[in-house]
Design a protein around this ligand. Structure first.
Ligand code: SF4
Ligand code: SF4
Length: 81
């Protein structure tokens, strides 16, 4: 399935990914990371289209990784490689 991962310790809680995700798959959670930020969390694999918008708007290079499902093999691959 299409999905993303968000590294809690890389996230600054800026909300850009939350605002720009066209499917509203991301939300700011209630947990706080070591830097004191409430970090973003991925909410649902069902809605993610692997469009990559969250990855491109995020100011933290290591925070978000997007995985797109390969249609033929049903296998997730990173889109930024
Ligand atoms: S890849 Fe696209 S649909 Fe999936 S969480 Fe990111 S912005 Fe939303
Ligand atoms: S855009 Fe990046 S830094 Fe900002 S809330 Fe989303 S994951 Fe965190």
């Amino acid at each position: 399935m299409n999905h993303i991962t968000i590294e809690p310790e890389e996230c600054k809680g800026c909300r850009l990914c939350v605002e720009f995700c066209p499917k509203k798959c991301i939300a700011i959670g209630s947990s706080i990371n070591k830097m004191g930020y409430q970090y973003a969390e991925f909410k649902s694999e069902k809605c993610c289209t692997a469009c990559g918008i969250c990855y491109y708007v995020c100011p933290e290079p290591g925070a978000i990784t997007v995985f797109a499902e390969k249609k033929a093999e049903k296998e997730a691959v990173k889109i930024d490689e």
